[in-house]
Design a protein around this ligand. Structure first.
Ligand SMILES: CC(C)(COP(=O)(O)OP(=O)(O)OC[C@H]1O[C@@H](n2cnc3c(N)ncnc32)[C@H](O)[C@@H]1OP(=O)(O)O)[C@@H](O)C(=O)NCCC(=O)NCCS
Length: 148
């Protein structure tokens, strides 16, 4: 497998990241959401294949918990194992920072993400009613947890 590399997201990455988010999600984050995450000191990560950015993620730590707020692999590179690597990177960073549990929210309709998380050992521990905006209404969120 190619040598993938992770690097902290920089202000100069923000426009690219926000453009990818618009391509990947029906309700994307704005560039401001990403720059706010950087300013808040969240773990904002870029994933590169050589010089080419292929993914990004945002990890928030609160006391002994970490929360994945965003995890994304660019359209043309999905289903090649990158998401699994990016998720493992986030779990390693969270563990290293002293977190004992890793949480995330996911749409029940997001089958690829659900399969990724279940394969990594996440368990569904709850459901937030109407958490996400959706076409013509709202969609619940499944809350998932991985002990670290
Ligand atoms: C979810 C996402 C990050 C997965 O990244 P990826 O690089 O495609 O995932 P991987 O190739 O590492 O796949 C790992 C496992 O996840 C599951 N998976 C990934 N994509 C899948 C798909 N389209 N259908 C079914 N299972 C899938 C499989 O179990 C896969 O293992 P396998 O290939 O051995 O069967 C990627 O699809 C993505 O960025 N989607 C858009 C943004 C998004 O929805 N992010 C998550 C928000 S909660």
């Amino acid at each position: 497998m190619a040598a993938f590399r992770f690097a902290p997201m920089q202000a100069s990455d923000l426009a690219w990241v926000a453009a990818q988010d618009r391509e990947l999600y029906p309700f994307p984050w704005s560039e401001g959401n990403f720059s706010d995450s950087l300013a808040a000191g969240y773990g904002c990560w870029m994933m590169f294949d050589g010089a080419e950015p292929v993914g990004y993620a945002v990890l928030m730590r609160v006391l002994d918990e970490a929360h994945i707020l965003n995890i994304s692999v660019v359209t043309g590179r999905q289903r090649g194992g990158l998401g699994r690597l990016l998720l493992a990177h986030l779990a390693d960073r969270a563990r290293e920072a002293g977190a004992a549990q890793l949480f995330l929210e996911v749409r029940p309709s997001n089958a690829p993400a659900l399969a990724l998380y279940a394969g990594a050992g996440f368990e569904t521990i709850g459901r937030r009613k109407g958490y996400y905006p959706a076409q013509g209404g709202r969609e619940d969120a499944l809350v998932m947890r991985l002990p670290l």
